[in-house]
Write a protein that binds this ligand. Structure first.
Ligand code: F2R
Ligand code: MG
Ligand code: MG
Length: 325
């Protein structure tokens, strides 16, 4: 087995809690962020009010981010290396369009339904493939499952992404997000050093530059300052393009002290809030564990027990260290 991101091992109990934290962070960011998808950037103080207003409207439904993370996580239990046709079948079996899906993604699954081979369908809607953040938003399960084997994590993340988001930036950003979750789970921390680690592994020059910028923004600003959040939103972007939301989420995860703060920073950043919050929450949850997630937040969202159980199961599969189903 390859080194776990060149770091000391966490205990098995911590790793299982980290697996649950990564998936619960996805769920919380998605469900609490969803009412604000498309909102303008605001101050951290006003973002805390956004969170309170969302929580007052419980139960909060999750959206495509969590629905697809669940589909991918359940797929990985039987297909730890990812198998395109089986993953497409798993997505088709659960996809509920009312949860809010990207237009390209819905058109792509229609191609699958018509029987188009998955390899062809991946470039049927956008000739270079989608660079939307849909592959990155769902990828926390890969980070949990392959946290101990960084090279395999990259391969599996890329394969899971290319099914639906074949553009090189869609794939590379999903690998970066999976790497962030994996290194956070393995090391039990996610700060400037870990952002640098993720940036070093980027294949696409633009993504690498944006990740290095995210790292430098960490030392330039106090995360809780109003101008810091607006500056980060302007420099890194907050839109649905993977390259304009994955580095932003990675900044929020590294700037935050826990899952709740990571989600609140995403609420302040605005733009594709549910997705940035889901990705930042996943990384912070992997670093800090499910035990740090506020109980009242968990009580407000849909299916926390199912999500926790899947995260724990994937972490146990990782600890067992066997890729054969
Ligand atoms: N779709 C939404 N939110 C809007 C609807 C929610 C609303 N609340 C409601 O009630 O209806 N959110 C979700 O979509 C994002 C993830 O999208 P994904 O899966 O990446 O989709 P897609 O279609 O592949 O890409 C998104 C858009 O990006 C542009 N694009 C992508 N690749 C492109 C390319 N090669 N060339 C040109 N444009 C490209 C297109 O505009 C795509 O539609 C998340 O926010 C999730 O929460
Ligand atoms: Mg969504
Ligand atoms: Mg979104």
């Amino acid at each position: 087995m390859a080194a776990a991101h060149a770091s000391p091992q966490r205990s098995a109990e911590e790793r299982v809690d980290a697996g649950a934290g990564a998936l619960l962070g996805t769920l919380l960011g998605d469900a609490i962020g969803a009412p604000y998808e498309g909102a303008a950037a605001t101050s951290p103080a006003k973002a805390r009010q956004r969170a309170e207003r969302a929580l007052a409207n419980a139960p909060l439904r999750y959206t495509d981010d969590t629905q697809l993370a669940l589909a991918l996580g359940e797929h990985l239990r039987d297909h730890p290396l990812v198998e395109h046709d089986a993953l497409a079948e798993g997505i088709l079996a659960v996809l509920e369009p009312w949860r809010g899906y990207g237009g390209g993604m819905l058109a792509l699954v229609d191609e699958w339904r018509r029987g188009r081979p998955t390899e062809e369908a991946a470039t049927a809607i956008f000739p270079d493939g989608s660079f939307g953040n849909g592959a990155a938003m769902r990828i926390a399960p890969v980070g949990v499952r392959w946290a101990d084997e960084p090279w395999r994590l990259g391969d599996v993340a890329a394969r899971s992404a290319s099914l639906t988001h074949a553009h090189p930036l869609g794939v590379d950003a999903a690998v970066a997000q999976a790497t962030a979750v994996g290194v956070a789970a393995a090391r039990g921390r996610f700060g400037a050093d870990e952002v640098a680690y993720v940036a070093q592994r980027a294949q696409q020059r633009l993504l690498g530059e944006l990740l290095r910028t995210a790292r430098s923004l960490l030392s330039d600003h106090e995360a809780d300052a109003d101008d810091a959040v607006v500056t980060v939103a302007e420099i890194l972007g907050t839109d649905v393009a993977a390259q304009h939301s994955v580095p932003t989420a990675i900044w929020a995860a590294a700037a935050a002290g826990d899952v709740a703060e990571a989600v609140t920073l995403a609420l302040a950043l605005g733009g594709d809030v549910d997705t940035i919050a889901a990705m930042a929450g996943a990384i912070r949850g992997a670093a800090d564990g499910a035990a740090t997630v506020p109980g009242d937040w968990l009580a407000a969202v849909e299916e926390p027990d199912r999500v926790r159980a899947l995260g724990e199961a994937l972490a146990r599969d990782a600890l067992a260290g066997d890729a054969s189903p």
